[in-house]
Structure formats: C-alpha cells, structure tokens
Design a protein around this ligand. Structure first.
Ligand code: RIB
Length: 297
C-alpha cells in the first residue's frame, strides 16, 4: 500500500512573545526564527520518521527549498511536489512563554492547486492506497472525490477547520483525526463531549481519533473505544504536536497495531515534539519514540 499526503508546505516565522498580541496593541518580540512547517509537510515528515513510506504532493513557490531538503532527508518521496511562480505559503506564529501559539496563515503556493495537478498526482495511486489530507490547500473536496473514485482509502485531519471542510463528503472518509472544536463543527453538535458519538452514529464505518489537549486522546470505532493520557513533559513549543500525533497514529494503524498501542506511540511522539522548538524539525524518529517509551514504562 502506498501513502499519498496531499498537503501544505509552509515557512514558519516564529516570534517569541511574552503574551499573544491583542487588538490595537503593538508588541515587541524577543526573537524571530524560521522553521520548516505546514500541516501537510509536518504530517509527511511524521509518517516518514515513524517508518511509513509516504509521497508528498503539494506546491512550492520560488522560495522554500529548505522545505524540500528536510522532507527528502527525512525519507519523504518528494517527486510529486511541483513549483509555481510566486511565494511559498508561510505562517506567522506567535509563541508565548508557556509554549502556546497563535498562527496566521498566508496560503501562497498552497492555494494554487489545480484539477490538472490533482489528476497528474493521482495517476500514481490506485485501489487500496491511502490518501491523507488536511485543510491548508485549495480544492480539498475535489481531491477527496477524485481519490475516492480511484479506490483510495481516505484519512482526514480537518485542520484548520473552516467552511471548506464542510464541502468534503465525509461518507468517503475512513479515518478522521480531529480535536474537540473540529468535532463539534463537523458533527453539528455544539456539546463538545457528545460530538464524536454523533459523528460515529452518522458515519459508522469511520475510525475516529479525538485529541483532547492536556486530557490525552480517544480512539473510537463501532466496536472499540479507548483513551490514552498525555506524557507530561516540559513544554517548549506546541507547534506541530498535533501533526506529529497524526503521522504516528496513522502509521500505527497501517502496522495493524491495536488502537490503544497506537495512541500510546502517537502520544509519546507528540510529547517529544512539544519539548522541542519548531514544527517539522521537532518531530522525533521512531527510535527516539521507542527509547522514550522504554524510559517511561
Ligand atoms: O500544525 C502546525 C502548522 O500549522 C505550522 O507548521 C504552520 O505552518 C501551520 O500550518
């Protein structure tokens, strides 16, 4: 089975601040650093570092060569990534002293996906292959439709959650990895606690992972339900932790690990990621995650 991750690539400009800037406020930052990021790229790197064979599809502008470098050196197949005129997508990230962030996205090349490009990419994949998607590129609903027509199994991380996500036919999605707010939006159920059950009633074929921040993560399908707490660590930067979790959890599913073991693996990987700076560059290798688990158990 081949894995296609169709997603964004971003230059992350990270500004260290005392607190998040407020409306009308002008705030000095103490540091600015540039890191590789984008939910798509982060998740491809997490898959590859977890040991899964992944091809990334997405568009880079005239800049952003360092995004290709980190993807290839992590083991991601980058042969389907194409270049367009103009700037690569970027994110302006405020990072406060507790490690929490606020992210402002500029789509750039990530919003230049065309139907022709989607078709070109999909010629390399067929029935039983896996498509992973997030929501930082344009035409997400077309990618899901065309991939489903070709018999690909679809995994969706509906993040960031906005109206574009509502245009995706969730009947076509087999794996849904999301947080509580995304769960409430997709289910239409305002009670965050009830949202995942509503989703599972509507889509009983789905395997759902709900991340709960400090409360850990829950897995549910029609037969199973399990929870794993977080591994407490000193938080340096939470950026990319969710992407690390997604890549590692999907890898565990593809390796047929029991869901509880998959949650443990993914929780350990994201604990390591939050203890380091940056998004893509904070994602641990499988060996680092296994060593971390040996120390903790
Ligand atoms: O999920 C973290 C990512 O969100 C960052 O790397 C940033 O690029 C934004 O896309």
């Amino acid at each position: 089975m081949k894995i296609l991750n169709f997603g964004s690539l971003n230059c992350d400009y990270v500004y260290s601040v005392h607190h998040m800037v407020e409306a009308g406020e002008t705030l000095a930052s103490s540091k600015m650093e540039t890191f590789p990021g984008g939910k798509g790229l982060n998740q491809s790197i997490a898959l590859a570092r977890a040991g899964a064979p992944v091809s990334h599809a997405g568009l880079l502008g005239e800049d952003g060569d360092f995004l290709l470098d980190i993807a290839s050196s992590s083991g991601v197949d980058c042969s389907l990534i194409e270049r367009v005129d103009g700037r690569t997508g970027h994110a302006i990230i405020q990072l406060d002293r507790t490690g929490q962030n606020c992210i402002l996205l500029y789509g750039g090349s990530n919003r230049r996906i065309t139907e022709e490009y989607i078709e070109r990419v999909l010629t390399h994949f067929g029935p039983g292959d896996l498509l992973l998607m997030q929501n930082e590129i344009n035409l997400p609903e077309r990618i899901v439709e065309l991939a489903h027509e070709k018999g690909l199994v679809i995994a969706l991380n509906p993040s960031p959650c906005d109206d574009a996500i509502l245009s995706i036919d969730l009947n076509k999605v087999s794996f849904l990895i999301l947080n509580e707010v995304e769960g409430a939006m997709l289910s239409g159920e305002p009670d965050l606690e009830k949202a995942p059950d509503v989703l599972l009633q509507k889509y009983p074929h789905m395997k759902i992972v709900l991340t709960l921040g400090k409360e850990g993560a829950v897995y549910m399908d029609k037969d199973t339900r399990c929870h794993h707490p977080i591994f407490p660590v000193e938080t340096v930067d939470t950026t990319g932790a969710g992407d690390t979790f997604t890549g590692y959890f999907l890898t565990s599913m593809l390796e047929n690990m029991p869901a509880e073991e998959g949650l443990k693996l993914a929780s350990a990987a994201s604990a390591i990621a939050v203890s380091r700076m940056g998004a893509a560059s904070s994602i641990p290798t499988r060996k680092e995650v296994e060593d971390f688990l040996k120390e903790r158990t």
